[in-house]
Design a binder for this molecule. Structure first.
Ligand code: I4D
Ligand code: MG
Ligand code: MG
Length: 280
């Protein structure tokens, strides 16, 4: 039986250290590189922070496995097994970081038997530490979180993001969903520029739901637990069960809001996170 409190304490400590590195890097020049598209950004700070987290976890938990955004970008497999696994997004909101747009998070999920047991999201420019343990609630700086009780979609704020895929068919689908949702009407559509912080906003009761197609497991593993531990629900965008590797998510305050969104979202599929690498 893993000691989840030890895992949580370490995740919080290393996320805080990572946050310091990110804050310091904001005052330096940020050299920007690209990954899957011209708008999929990465910096040396993303890579440095991921190494910092992995090295520090390895010292404490030498048998644990990792799925890290920048390690996967460097060619490592993205396979979720039953083993204890740290699922790391060193900077969630890299585009925000590059522009000093003030929402940037370190996101650390920890899973066993493919189930997320611990979630830590450090919104490092706001200095907000979000924590969740399965069955033990979700917190921000130690204060308990609770999703909103609003189940009328017309009174809701919905968060979403547009990701970094600019294929015309993908952009068309995203706009179709957005048009449908805006026309319901909802009271507002927002996006913090990071999946992790959007999910913390759902958990905090500031918005009713967040949905996105194109995110990755490292973007939402920690956030998924934050939302359910604050009383919310998770769903695939087609109304089925959430699949951590499918790159699609609805995280909502209630089944009512989530199911209403399913009716408006134009679903599409992208290669799964655990798909074998494409031959060149
Ligand atoms: O790449 P990072 O870690 O910054 O994360 C992503 C965001 O979290 C997405 O919601 C968002 O839509 C973007 O795809 C963004 O890239
Ligand atoms: Mg991310
Ligand atoms: Mg990232």
């Amino acid at each position: 039986m893993a000691d989840f409190q030890r895992v949580m304490d370490h995740a919080v400590a290393v996320a805080r250290k990572a946050g310091e590195v990110v804050r310091e890097a904001l005052s330096d020049d940020r050299k920007v590189m690209t990954k899957s598209s011209a708008v999929d950004l990465v910096t040396q700070t993303d890579q440095k922070v991921e190494q910092l987290i992995i090295q520090s976890v390895k010292e404490k938990f030498p048998k644990h496995r990792f799925i890290g955004e920048e390690s996967v970008a460097a060619g490592e497999a993205c396979i979720l097994t039953d083993d204890p696994t740290w699922i790391i997004d060193p900077i969630d909101g890299t585009t925000n970081f590059v522009h000093a747009f003030p929402f940037v998070a370190i996101s650390i999920g920890f899973s066993i038997n493919k189930q997320v047991e611990v979630g830590v999201i450090y919104s490092c420019l706001e200095d907000k530490m979000f924590t969740a343990r399965r069955g033990k609630g979700a917190f921000c700086n130690g204060e308990p979180l609770q999703v909103s009780d609003q189940t009328d979609i017309h009174q809701a704020i919905i968060c979403t993001e547009f990701g970094s895929n600019r294929d015309p068919e993908v952009v068309d689908k995203m706009f179709c969903s957005l048009r449908n949702i805006l026309s319901l009407p909802v009271q507002g559509v927002r996006g913090a520029g990071t999946a992790a912080i959007n999910m913390c906003l759902v958990a905090s009761g500031c918005v009713e739901a967040y949905y996105e197609i194109g995110v990755h497991v490292w973007d939402f593993a920690a956030g998924s637990l934050m939302v359910t531990e604050a009383g919310g629900v998770l769903m695939d965008v087609d109304g089925g069960e959430l699949d951590l590797m499918s790159r699609r998510i609805i995280a909502a305050n209630s089944r009512t809001i989530a199911e209403r969104l399913v009716k408006e979202i134009a679903p599409f599929r992208l290669p799964r996170d655990d798909a074998p690498p494409q031959k060149q």
